[in-house]
Ligand binder design. Structure first.
Ligand SMILES: [Zn+2]
Length: 250
């Protein structure tokens, strides 16, 4: 019994001495530093921007487009911004205020939040294979630009689009035909151009983006009104899946 008592006393004394000398604390810190160091080394090639990104206040179409272009530049250069997702999640519980509505393809290589380097609550995204202006897309656009008041609507096509390729080559089956029907007007404008092969797909993507914008303006009076009042700008753009760049379709 006496020996057990002595053991506890000695153990307690050793613990006090160790904690007092900072040995236990520094040992834990050492492990934590190793872990953080490992993460830093793994990410060092991608040149992560220091500090948590804070998006500037955006109220105009020009400011919105400039922010998207800055984000795309970061993405192209591999300098993705650091995001504090837990804090941002909390900020967004009471509501969302995205600064741009984006229509683009379901293609797994074309992810707006990534290629524009944006975070939670920044973009109102509508994705369907072939970025067509069907009634569901139109309703979603109206929610984004009218109810959420995004000052910018981007219709984002992309290079090597499978949906447009299928429309150019023909032969789609099942419900995919509905998508082909929506892309067909663009194919009609480019099929007589004399251009063939992959280049024909690329000019058809451009024509289809323009056609989707035309359809939105024709079939969504509320969207057209916002454009006429100068509260909304619509930009047709193209994402290049090889370079990562987004460029305006002239
Ligand atoms: Zn596509």
């Amino acid at each position: 019994m006496r020996r057990i008592y002595q053991f506890f006393v000695i153990s307690a004394l050793v613990s006090v001495v160790l904690i007092g000398a900072g040995c236990v604390e520094s040992s834990e810190r050492y492990k934590a530093e190793n872990y953080v160091g490992a993460l830093s080394n793994a990410d060092s090639d991608t040149s992560i921007v220091e500090g948590v990104y804070e998006r500037p206040q955006i109220t105009t179409p020009d400011e919105a487009w400039a922010e998207l272009m800055r984000g795309n530049r970061r993405f192209v250069e591999g300098k993705r911004s650091v995001r504090d997702f837990p804090t941002r999640r909390g900020e967004l519980v009471s509501g969302q205020h995205p600064f741009a509505t984006v229509i683009t393809c379901s293609d797994s290589r074309v992810v707006p939040e990534i290629l524009f380097d944006q975070g939670l609550g920044d973009l109102f995204v509508i994705r369907e294979a072939g970025y067509v202006a069907d009634p569901i897309t139109l309703g979603s656009v109206e929610y984004g630009v009218h109810h959420l008041h995004t000052p910018l609507l981007v219709v984002l096509g992309h290079s090597k689009c499978g949906a447009v390729t299928a429309a150019v080559e023909g032969g789609a089956e099942g419900n995919i035909e509905h998508i082909m029907d929506m892309i067909e007007p663009a194919v009609e404008t480019t099929s007589e151009s004399g251009v063939t092969g992959p280049e024909l797909v690329e000019i058809t993507v451009n024509a289809h983006v323009k056609n989707t914008i035309k359809e939105i303006l024709e079939k969504s009076p509320v969207t057209k009104e916002l454009v006429e009042k100068g509260e909304l700008q619509i930009i047709g753009a193209k994402y290049y899946i090889d370079t990562g760049e987004v460029k305006v379709i002239e």
